[in-house]
Ligand binder design. Structure first.
Ligand code: FES
Ligand SMILES: [Fe+2]
Length: 394
C-alpha cells in the first residue's frame, strides 16, 4: 500500500529529498515484502460512454493536463496543434518565450488555424481559409479587406485562450476556456522530482504518435504495476528486472514508483554512483494523462490524449540530455528508440488493446488487481475522487 511521506533526509545532487528517501527504502531482492493488497473494478469503468463523459467533464476539461513537453517548443515563435476529447488545442510559445494555449479555431468562421501536429515556427499564424492572421500571443493582427467588416474590432477577436501553466518540463493546459484551475495537490513535488532529473532542460530525440484502440486507463495501467514485466515482456526486457513490488508513493493523485533493477543492491547507495538510472527505475503517473519512465540514458514520456471511450492517442517522447553529437550517441539513441517501439508499442500498448477487445465482449463483469498491481486501485480511487457523479457503481 502507498505509504505516507516520511521525514526527508539530505539527497545527493540530482535527486529531491523525497526521491532519495524512497530510494533508501529499497531492500535487496531477497528481502522484498510480499504485497497482498487486492482491489477490483467493474469492467464498465472502461466501457461505459457515460463514465467516459464524466471523466472528460470532471478531469480532462476541469484540471490542468499535460499538453506537450516544454522542450518540444524550445524557441519563441513555435506552435503545435493537439486534440483531446474533441477539443482542438493550439499550443504556442510567444515572442517573449511564454507558453500559451488556445482553442485552435479562427475567430472569423471557425476554421482550424493550425493543422500540423508537428511544431511549426513562424512569426504569426495565418488561417488557411481567408488568411486572418494572429500573433503567437493570440492577438488578431491582420484581416484581408478589413474595410468589408466595418464593425469589426480586432482587439475583440483574439484566439480563445485556455489556462496554461509551465512546470516540471511540461506545458499544462485546462481544456475549458471558462476555467482556470490550480494545479492539483502533489504537483509541486512531482514537478520538483522531474526537474531534479533535468526533464525541463532535455532534448526531444523523437516523438512518435500511437492511435490506440483502448480506453485511456487501460493504457496507463501497465505502467503502474510490475506484475506483467516477467510475463508480457518475457522475451524483451524481463531479464533486467525482478518480480518484486516497487517503493511507491501517492503525491496527491499523482504516483511515484521506484524499483531496484536486477543489478540493484542497497550497498551501492553507500558509494558514488555515476548513473543511478542504471540500477533504479522511476516511473510516474503525472495525473491525469502522462506516464514517465526512466532509463539509463533517456527518459520516456507518454502523453495520453483520450479521443473516445475506446480510443486514446499517445504521444511518446524520448527525452535525452542533448542532441547526439557523435556516432556512438546517435547509435545508442536510435537503438533505444527502436526498442521502445517494440516494448511499449508492441507489448504494453498491444496488451491494452487486447484487454479492450476482451472486455468489449461484455462477458467479463469485473477485473481484479493483486498485490503486484497494488497501485492500480489507488489510481482508480484518484480518478473517482474527481467525479461529481458516478454512473458506474463500484
Ligand atoms: S475562417 Fe479563418 S479566415 Fe475565414
Ligand atoms: Fe510494461
Amino acid at each position: 500500500m502507498a505509504m505516507q511521506e516520511p521525514q526527508s533526509q539530505a539527497a545527493p545532487a540530482g535527486l529531491t529529498d523525497s526521491q532519495w528517501q524512497a530510494i533508501t527504502e529499497l531492500t535487496c531482492h531477497e528481502e522484498t515484502r510480499i504485497p497482498t493488497d487486492e482491489a477490483n473494478r467493474p469492467s464498465d469503468v472502461y466501457l461505459s460512454q457515460a463514465r467516459f463523459d464524466e471523466e472528460m467533464k470532471d478531469i480532462f476539461t476541469s484540471l490542468p493536463m499535460v499538453a506537450t513537453m516544454s522542450s518540444y517548443l524550445p524557441e519563441p515563435g513555435m506552435a503545435l496543434a493537439i486534440e483531446c476529447s474533441g477539443v482542438p488545442v493550439l499550443v504556442t510559445r510567444d515572442r517573449e518565450g511564454q507558453a500559451r494555449c488556445f482553442i485552435n479555431a479562427c475567430r472569423h468562421r471557425g476554421s482550424k488555424l493550425v493543422e500540423s501536429d508537428e511544431p511549426v515556427k513562424s512569426a504569426r499564424l495565418s488561417c488557411p481559409y481567408h488568411a486572418w492572421t494572429y500573433g503567437m500571443n493570440g492577438d488578431l493582427i491582420g484581416v484581408p479587406r478589413q474595410e468589408t467588416f466595418p464593425s469589426l474590432k480586432k482587439c475583440d477577436l483574439g484566439l480563445v485562450a485556455l489556462s496554461t501553466h509551465e512546470s516540471g518540463g511540461y506545458i499544462w493546459v485546462c481544456l475549458d476556456p471558462e476555467k482556470s484551475p490550480s494545479m492539483v495537490e502533489g504537483s509541486a513535488q512531482i514537478c520538483a522530482d522531474l526537474e531534479a532529473f533535468g526533464l525541463h532542460k532535455m532534448h526531444v530525440y523523437g516523438r512518435r504518435r500511437y492511435d490506440l484502440k483502448a480506453n485511456w486507463k487501460l493504457v496507463v495501467e501497465p505502467f503502474l504495476e510490475p506484475y506483467h514485466i516477467q510475463r508480457l515482456h518475457a522475451n524483451s526486457i524481463a531479464k533486467m528486472f525482478v518480480d518484486a513490488p516497487n517503493v511507491i508513493r501517492m503525491l496527491g493523485p499523482h504516483q511515484r514508483q521506484c524499483s531496484g533493477k536486477a543489478n540493484f543492491d542497497p550497498a551501492i547507495l553507500q558509494g558514488n554512483i555515476d548513473n543511478l538510472h542504471k540500477y533504479i527505475t522511476h516511473a510516474y503517473l503525472v495525473f491525469p494523462n502522462t506516464v514517465v519512465v526512466t532509463s539509463p540514458y533517456y527518459i520516456s514520456v507518454m502523453v495520453l490524449l483520450p479521443t473516445a471511450t475506446d480510443r486514446t492517442v499517445v504521444d511518446y517522447y524520448m527525452m535525452v540530455k542533448s542532441a547526439p553529437d557523435n556516432p556512438k550517441a546517435d547509435d545508442l539513441y536510435a537503438r533505444s528508440y527502436q526498442l521502445i517501439d517494440e516494448v511499449f508499442g508492441g507489448e504494453d500498448f498491444r496488451a491494452a488493446q487486447l484487454q479492450q477487445e476482451g472486455l468489449s465482449s461484455g462477458a467479463i463483469e469485473r477485473v481484479f488487481f493483486g498485490g503486484l498491481e497494488e497501485m492500480i486501485g489507488p489510481f482508480h480511487e484518484a480518478v473517482e475522487s474527481f467525479l461529481t457523479a458516478d454512473p458506474v457503481p463500484c
